[in-house]
Design a protein around this ligand. Sequence first.
Ligand SMILES: *[C@@H]1O[C@H](CO)[C@@H](O)[C@H](O)[C@H]1NC(C)=O
Ligand SMILES: *[C@@H]1O[C@H](CO)[C@@H](O)[C@H](O)[C@H]1NC(C)=O
Length: 818
Amino acid sequence: MGTQIERRGLVFPALWLFSVVVFWNKAGAQLRYTIAEELKEGSVVGNIAKDLGIVVSEISVRNLRIASESGKQYFNLDLRNGVLFVQDVIDRENICGQSTNCVLPLQIIIENPLQFYRVEVEIQDINDNSPRFHPEAKIIDVPESTPAGTKFRLEPAQDFDVGSNSVRTYALNKNDNFVLNLKNNKDGTKVPEIVLQRALDREKQAEFLLVLTVVDGGNPTRSGSIEITLTIQDINDNAPVFEQDLYEIKVMENCAPGTLILTVKANDLDEGRNSQIEYSFGPHGLGNINTIFSLNAETGELSVLNHLDYESSKSYEFDIRARDKGIPVMEGQCRVQVTVIDVNDNAPEIIIASSPKPVREDAASGTMVALIKVTDLDSGNNGNVTLTISSNPPFTLKPTFSSHYALVTDKNLDREESSEYNIELKASDCGSPPLLTSKFVTVTILDANDNAPVFSLPVYSVYVWENTTPGSILSSVTAFDLDQGENARIAYSVIDLKSNDIPVSSYVHINSDNGTIFAMHSFDYEKIKVFQIQVQAKDHGSPSLCSNATVHVFIMDQNDNVPSVIYPSALMGSVSHQRMPRSAKAGHLVTKVTAVDADSGHNAWISYWLAEATDASLFTVNLHTGEVRTKRSVSDQDESSQRLIIGIKDNGVPVQSTTVTVDILIEDAFHEPISDYRKKNTEPDKKSGKITLYLIISVASVSLLCLATFFVLLVKCARSSKSSSSCCIRRTDSGYKNPNNLQIQLNTDGPIKYVEVLGGDVMSQSQSFGSYLSPMSEFSDFTLVKPSSTTDFTNTLSVLDASLPDSTWRFESQQVSV
Ligand SMILES: *[C@@H]1O[C@H](CO)[C@@H](O)[C@H](O)[C@H]1NC(C)=O
Ligand SMILES: *[C@@H]1O[C@H](CO)[C@@H](O)[C@H](O)[C@H]1NC(C)=O
């Protein structure tokens, strides 16, 4: 190494140091200057001429000049004084970078003699660069779960200056979570690290902003900074949490499917997928919950899926869970209680617990007929049911035990009034509005034998011709019974009236099934004119009921009897002999033919006529009275023996007639036994004498007949007395049938008006009274048999007179009594 000349001088008042170092060696002298970088143009580096010992005047002579070794010419030479000055601003960092030693070499060339000198200009660093981070902002993602103590390495800051002007230290803004740590590299540089001091919670603070400042060692110092954003990255460390643990809601049971009833909400403090919640039904209460409710997985909206039914479930309790989509999944749960509110949606139901039994009409009031139950699926008032009955029927409801009713009879029943009841049961609940149900039950009323048979008429009158054949139908009676079945089945019978010891049943027979009455015998009007039958209708009930009716049987007369001649009394075929004087004048009563007819009415109206006569011009017969009178005076020419045949007929159909033959002897001298009727009609004594005559005749005949009858009976009684002690009252068939067994009844008050010829039968005797008016006659048909006073008799006659249209029926023969 050679001599080293080093000069340092101040170019600016500022403490810029530069030095000239001259090295000398064989190859040439060497100059060395030291300047600070960034000197202004024209700043003097050093006086080369002087340092090389060249006189100022020689500079231009020797042609002093510089040549740069590198391309760029930072320096120039002032040829006037040989001063080297800065021609262009020198940036050390630009030329030398981070190299500590920065030298710009120059060649100094001098001619005459040619000499080369080497000049080195050392550029000294000044603190003209601030330390800088690159880039100046940084984002670091930090997992939330990062443990305390974790280091985050940062890029060191850069300073283009060197030496002490370069990076000296770092500083971190104050914060609770991070501290700065400087790590020394082997090359002496420091690497900044930030260290996590405590665990992070993204949910508390999701981002930290740190500012790291770097300071260099210059004077004055320069600094730079970097903004570090620490973003805390979420981890799924929070479960979703429902806003309520328990949701209680009430829902009407009739809400429509699809109705939104509740929205549940859960919150997740995490973010992103870790906070994306999906709702679902929890395991508790699952089963059929998802058939009843639907849950929107995203919104948490709970709605009714199907119809709710309070009656099948009054409440629902289930869990809803919320699950996030983080990994691992976190979930939260809440409880939902749905209370279903009853709506009156169920009508009451009527159940016939025991079907209506048929009830007898005579059942006591209060007899149970049916048992009825009412139910309603609703609750409370909606399920509170009352049962009522339509008011009319004679039934009532009696509450028994819980919601049961007994249908009982209320009044006495009457099957004949109503045999069946259709009862409407109405059930109504107490809801608002109430729901109604109705049901019909039919109650059948059974018959009891409470109605007696009733005849269609209380009294029947039957008219029947005599002489009808035995076994013919007499009449028919009918009775009705309002009851049913056997209680209404009627048996007819004849009550045996034992009056007069003759059982009626011997006359008639009744068909017990249909009430037809048959005649057992043929009746003879002349023996029996009327009789009564008591018929009875009896039902088959138990006990049976019966009722009676009376049948009056009137026998109607037929013209079955020939008029029989009473006077002149003559046995059949014989001739009556009468006498009369030849002196008789016209109108002389010769005799009087009297006949009677066993029939009655028209059949007994007898008329007389002259059928044959020896001399028809001499006699006349009164049509009605049967008086035979002379038409004219008897003359001497008239034969003394006259024969008359007088016809007698009745007025029946067919006419029954007979004749009587009267022989009259006309005597020339004759004591007149019968005074002229007409002449003596003013004398009552005559009249009574005439009647007496008739009476004597009649009584004699009757006595004869009675005597004959008595004897006949006596004989018969004597014959049969061994077998029967009551023979006297026993009626024999022969006696009954014998038409000759007659009684003649006379009215002795006044002239003979009527002669009743009666059969010997006791029964017929009793029955023969009372028939005043014959039904077959359109006129008053007198059958006067009762003894009556004269005044009664005449009264009756006048009534009869007035009622008879035919004047011929005036009773001429009774002029005397009028
Ligand atoms: C009643 O029955 C009898 C015998 O069977 C019969 O002859 C008669 O005609 C019946 N009467 C009525 C009214 O049917
Ligand atoms: C019917 O007549 C019978 C016999 O006379 C009598 O015993 C009965 O009581 C009567 N019945 C009625 C309902 O009158």
